[in-house]
Ligand binder design. Structure first.
Ligand code: FES
Ligand SMILES: [Fe+2]
Length: 347
């Protein structure tokens, strides 16, 4: 079998929804980590993720199931289960089935995100998702803007973008590339500190891009300088070869509604454009086990060492090059380079 990358699906915390999109009593089918799952919110307000299929005769809870109190009810024969997946009621029997269990995934709801813990062997969480002050302070930060993207590439190829300073110039056509100050890892955490110069009508302003990753599925990126803008970037693997990426944005309140909105829109538009520019590269690239790096390239080796801790299953090391299993038609988007007519790769 030809594989697209050496890596299985990583374990960790992954966003499965925004809190605001799941009302009490809601039941939704979701598909992540190569699994069918059900996302639901009980009447006391807690969000849950369980295996999608009823242990009785296999109905999918996400299609017709409903919530009763703090239980989920199967659409097929009305059996009820609590959030731990235990059978609490069979409507046509005096007894419950003690063996029937709908496997739960650990869930945390923080920063307006519903995060589920995926581990291929069902191991318990080994770190937590922090409260991010900027996304919990509506007086000082604007209401969030969100974007979502389906990307046909493995998690690691998307995540590696963060340490790839040079591509900003060539793919995103920024005038300057971020200058790395430090890249430190500590268990599941990775912290990148960088300086970014912004050309403005009044001269070049020094800004910063600081990114903190908490495992493979959750990063906070802080852009400061002219204005302070913040992004939670969440990549959730659908399969080993595809990811759902969700971005949540906020801007530090500058005390002027119109200005906040202009800055916010420009920020979201720029990041959105960058994803569109990255997408054809990600979807069609090969994975090289031994890339030919320049001495001034970013900390790829350190990033790959950090990433490798999240693979509980075996990593394939039989090939040096992993090609895309299907190439995606090149989507002729209007990249910044083309729009501004100064493509640095043009000859
Ligand atoms: S399949 Fe769920 S109650 Fe029968
Ligand atoms: Fe990029």
């Amino acid at each position: 079998m030809q594989v697209r990358s050496p890596f299985p699906i990583p374990f960790g915390w992954f966003q499965v929804a925004w809190s605001a999109d799941l009302a009490p009593g809601a039941v939704e089918p979701i598909e992540y980590f190569g699994r069918h799952l059900v996302l639901w919110r009980d009447e006391s307000g807690a969000a849950h993720v369980n295996d999608a299929f009823c242990p009785h005769l296999g109905a999918h809870f996400g299609y017709g199931g409903h919530v009763n109190g703090n239980d989920i009810v199967c659409p097929f024969h009305g059996w009820r289960f609590d959030c731990d997946g235990r059978n609490t009621h069979i409507p046509y029997s005096q007894r419950t089935n003690k063996k029937a269990c709908v496997e739960p995934l650990p869930v945390r709801e923080v920063n307006g995100l519903i995060m589920a813990w995926y581990h291929p062997e069902g191991a318990e969480p080994t770190w937590e998702i922090p409260v991010v002050p900027e996304f919990n302070d509506p007086d000082n930060f604007t209401a969030v803007e969100t974007r979502e993207y389906l990307i046909g590439a493995p998690w690691q190829d998307l995540a590696e973008n963060g340490v790839d300073a040079a591509h900003f110039r060539y793919v995103h056509h920024t005038e300057e590339v971020p200058e790395l100050e430090s890249y430190e890892t500590d268990g599941p955490l990775a912290k990148m500190r960088s300086i970014q110069k912004f050309p403005t009508p009044r001269g070049v302003v020094d800004g910063r891009i600081d990114a903190d990753s908490f495992g493979p599925g959750f990063s906070v990126i802080r852009f400061s300088g002219i204005v302070d803008t913040f992004l939670m970037g969440c990549n959730t693997p659908l399969t080993r070869n595809s990811c759902f990426m969700r971005f949540t944005f906020t801007v530090r309140n500058m005390g002027d509604e119109a200005l906040n909105s202009t800055v916010g829109k420009a920020f979201v538009a720029e990041i959105d454009k960058q994803v569109q520019e990255d997408r054809p590269i990600w979807q069609n690239k090969a994975f090289l086990a031994r890339p030919a790096l320049a001495d001034t390239d970013g900390p790829f080796t350190k990033f790959r060492r950090w990433a490798s801790q999240f693979y509980a299953e075996g990593v394939d090391d039989s090939q040096l090059v992993y090609f895309p299993t299907e190439t995606k038609a090149y989507d002729p988007i209007q990249t910044a380079s083309r729009t501004f007519g100064s493509d640095p790769t043009a000859d």
